[in-house]
Design a protein around this ligand. Sequence first.
Ligand code: ADP
Length: 465
Amino acid sequence: MRVHSLFALFLIGILPILFFAWEMLNTYDTTAFEQRKNDLQSQGSSMANLLLTSGYFSDPTIEEVNTELLRTANIYDGRILVVDNKLNILKDTYGIEDGNIIISEDVIKCLGGVNSIRQDKENNFVEMTVPITRTTTTTKEVMGVILMNFSTKNINTISAILSQKANVLFLTTAILIFVYAFFYSGVFTKPFINLKKAIGHLTEGYMDEEVKVDGFYEVKQISNSLNQMLLRIKNLERSRQEFVSNVSHELKTPITSIKVLADSLIMQENVPPELYREFLVDITEEIERENKIINDLLSLVKLDKTASEMNITSIKINDLLELVLKRLRPIAKKNNIELIYESFRPVIAEVDEVKLSLALSNLIENAIKYNVEDGWVRVSLNADHKYFYVKVADSGIGIPEDAQDFIFDRFYRVDKARSRGTGGTGLGLSITKNAIHMHKGAIKVYSKENEGTTFTVRVPINYIA
Ligand code: ADP
């Protein structure tokens, strides 16, 4: 990351400067050259004018004109040749070719009416032809050509100086940007390195420490999220440990009772057969209880697995409820509890039949178990276009308000003695809650001590995976 940000910062800093310098030099070159060309062209035309008006073609020795030609050639550090239309060189400001014949493609073309301008960058000069045309109202006669050859050395020299300065500027800026990018990329990546260290610390097992990383806002956000995740992991770990210790305690209790009962039989001599019988009945009850705890735990473990374990079918919930009630009716009868079933409409829904019956059966069984003499349990089924609702209301002992938040916790029982007396393990409601949640449903409890309890369950009619 550091290398990347260093590289990115460097590029962002250096590329515009490079581009700017290149563009500046280029612009200077073209503008300077264009200006020189325009200058030459206007000088050329005024010289052509002078040559015509002075009658230079009949007398090329006119002193004034020659001086003017020399002066112009000197100003532009160049050479001027005046050629007539028979290619005779009338004047060479270098004084070398006077009187000779010129054979130049550009001159011939110019006599034919085509001007030319040519830049020789290697040898630093510009060559330009300007026609000397005599124009009357009816005719247009090319009398000759001015061939100008001017040095572009000074443009190139300035350009070279400029590019040298640009190079120095570029190098200094590049170094400055590199140094800045190097330090800044360090500052930029430091919080991430610290974060990595903090996570490494957690991985090594120091889970009790908070992740605390200062720096950019985003990094703080990451460290906050990490702390939240850590808290969740710690809570999960705590509840896992609690669960394990609860399980071992619950599983041990019936075994301890069995051992106590068996020991007391062994210790006594000449135990009457009735006592044997009585103790063996107690032992059988404890075994049944152990069995129930194991079965509930297995149900819970199964429900803890992922939703892919769901066996979804479309079934009539009315039938499912009737079947559950039919199984529980004998228990209700034994306790003299009236079991009422109300169904407002036929409901067909996509559910896992086994899991849902377990969930509802636990609720109705609790309503019977935690009821009063001659009490009642009312189970009702209703639905709208999206959900079906099962309500289990009872006239029972109710749940104290401060306990209502915990009844869905594993092994939680309001009154351990009563729950144990009724064969409760404290796992029923957590099984119910898990099963309902696996259907993406919701469960709520309304209860008042000594008045009764109502559980409402809401489950989507169409299964949401
Ligand atoms: P248990 O196996 O003890 O019944 P549950 O998880 O099913 O365990 O229920 C947890 C506790 O919630 C019970 O021990 C009981 O105290 C209380 N409870 C559950 N349902 C009712 C109810 N309908 N009326 C009163 N108390 C209830």
